[in-house]
Design a binder for this molecule. Structure first.
Ligand code: 10G
Ligand code: SF4
Length: 319
């Protein structure tokens, strides 16, 4: 039984791989199996150092742009999605493409296309420079304005304040996004909401789980890479929800012993692009230092799965 002095770990559930990441990583693995190495991947398939290294070791070649891919080769588009311009470039180079864009990102692309067709001004809440918003805005650059934070709201200009909709990146902080939307609505009272949540189920569920455990935690360790938006958000959410401290780590070996000084309860979670083996590494590291008692804090059960990209389904060839 745990007394007030007992060292313990609270382990958030859900954590780790979402359905879109699982599908994208599997897509690269299957492409390697089906077509042999090398298989090119535009950008990181998902934003995780370990995943990218593991797939590189198996013969995937990660490139920044399709002009680095030899004509006729296979290229996988990452889970974060691509703009139509990128698809066109790949076609011009006669690349055989496998599209690992998460279906929930494709859904947002569809919303952008639909509102652009109806000539709305689209305010896309998201992080400047992130691959997902580059792909999404690329669907209708003339109609889309990026709103990175509340600070951007004052400089937004629209043609008709009655015809404005906000959409968003899938991996944002729910609370922060709502603050931005609130500020936008003060300027544009008839601002329309997205037809359905753009911040995806996995992002939301991981934030709810970390919020549930953070108030009891002296320290929250989030396993995830520095360029992983949803993982970085989990650190921010943990701190906002009352964690004593919170750090993002790729590997257990990055845990600084000083972080554990005076700590009783350590929360552990991981971003949507993080394989469970890395979380196991963190739990083993903590157990070796006296935090062997682990209690899972479950706030949702996830069952969603996506079929592989159509180019990898049986009887299909990559074109
Ligand atoms: O959180 P971001 O968008 O940076 O990506 P990630 O690869 O770390 O996690 C999975 C999320 C996506 C593929 C974006 S939809
Ligand atoms: Fe899809 Fe959400 Fe995962 Fe992104 S975070 S890949 S939108 S399920």
């Amino acid at each position: 039984m745990s007394g007030p002095e007992t060292k313990r770990v609270l382990l958030a559930k859900p954590r780790g791989y979402c359905a879109g990441v699982d599908r994208a990583v599997e897509a690269v693995e299957q492409a390697l199996e089906k077509h042999g190495a090398p298989v090119y991947v535009r950008k990181q398939i998902v934003h995780n150092v370990h995943v990218v290294q593991t797939l590189s070791d198996r013969g995937a070649i990660f490139v920044d742009e399709t002009d680095e891919v030899p004509p006729g080769s296979i290229v996988v588009f990452s889970a974060h999605g691509v703009s139509p311009a990128v698809r066109d470039q790949a076609k011009d180079r006669e690349l055989r493409t496998i599209d690992a864009t998460c279906p929930l990102v494709t859904k947002v692309h569809g919303e952008v296309k639909r509102f652009a067709r109806e000539d709305y001004d689209i305010l896309l809440v998201g992080h400047r420079g992130h691959e997902e918003v580059e792909g999404t805005s690329g669907e209708a650059p003339a109609n889309v304005q990026l709103v990175d934070s509340v600070a951007d709201v004052a400089s937004v200009t629209v043609r008709d304040p009655e015809k404005v909709v906000w959409l968003s990146q899938t991996t944002l902080s729910v609370d922060e996004t709502m603050q931005t939307v609130h500020a936008l609505r003060e300027r544009f009272p008839t601002l329309q909401n997205p037809p359905s949540d753009d911040i995806c189920y996995a992002t939301q569920n991981r934030q709810v789980a970390v919020k549930a455990m953070a108030p009891q935690c002296d320290l929250v360790l989030v396993v995830g890479s520095a360029n992983s938006s949803n993982s970085v958000r989990l650190v921010e959410v943990a701190l906002a929800a009352g964690a004593g401290a919170s750090y993002l780590i790729d590997y257990a070996r990055q845990i600084d012993d000083s972080w554990l000084d005076g700590v009783r309860t350590v929360g552990v979670t991981s971003g949507a692009s993080v394989p469970e083996v890395l979380v196991r590494g963190v739990l083993d590291h903590l157990a070796e230092r006296g935090w062997g008692e682990v209690e899972e804090i479950t706030t949702a059960e996830e069952t969603l799965t996506f079929a592989l990209p159509r180019e990898l389904r049986p009887n299909r060839v990559a074109r």
